[in-house]
Ligand binder design. Structure first.
Ligand code: CMP
Length: 142
């Protein structure tokens, strides 16, 4: 199935605040299966590369600094309609606009330090998953 995977990062703010476990639990209880998972730390160069699409935007430098200031948790998630359903679970980029009970509503601080990333398309989900994981690190299981 083409649309059954998405990619997420739990960002440095959420890890520093001790919310990583609660976020992972919310993700799995919402029906997403973790098929790849790792904690790592982005260098400023790797953060710039990951968010290259936002280069030139007003928030880009702040975003790169934020994303490289502490560890992140990267994961590939499986579910029918994964990209759309995961974006619904995390809520709007700006937590002030995120629906009640969404991950960003619960755990984000502001529009930059917004706790989690979720891919915005199937194509970007595949690109972003490959940024962190080899094919062997993404496991298929029932
Ligand atoms: P994310 O979903 O990871 O995608 C781009 C990131 O840029 C976003 O979450 C935020 O962390 C950050 N960002 C900061 N300011 C803005 C903004 N005004 N609009 C969109 N993204 C922003």
């Amino acid at each position: 199935m083409a649309n059954n995977r998405t990619f997420t990062m739990i960002k440095p703010d959420a890890i520093a605040a001790g919310n990583a476990g609660a976020i992972i639990q919310k993700i799995t209880k919402s029906g997403f299966k973790i098929v790849a998972l790792k904690m790592t730390r982005l260098t400023p160069e790797k953060a710039s590369e990951f968010y290259a699409v936002h280069q030139g935007k007003s928030f880009y430098d702040k975003l790169v600094k934020f994303m490289s200031r502490g560890p992140i948790i990267a994961a590939v998630l499986e579910k029918n309609n994964a990209v759309e359903d995961f974006r619904a679970l995390i809520g709007s980029t700006n937590p002030d606009e995120a629906a009640e009970g969404t991950i960003r509503n619960l755990y984000a601080t502001d529009v930059t330090e917004n706790a989690v990333h979720g891919s915005d398309s199937d194509e970007n989900a595949a690109i972003e998953s490959q940024f962190y994981f080899s094919n062997e690190e993404i496991v298929s299981y029932d």
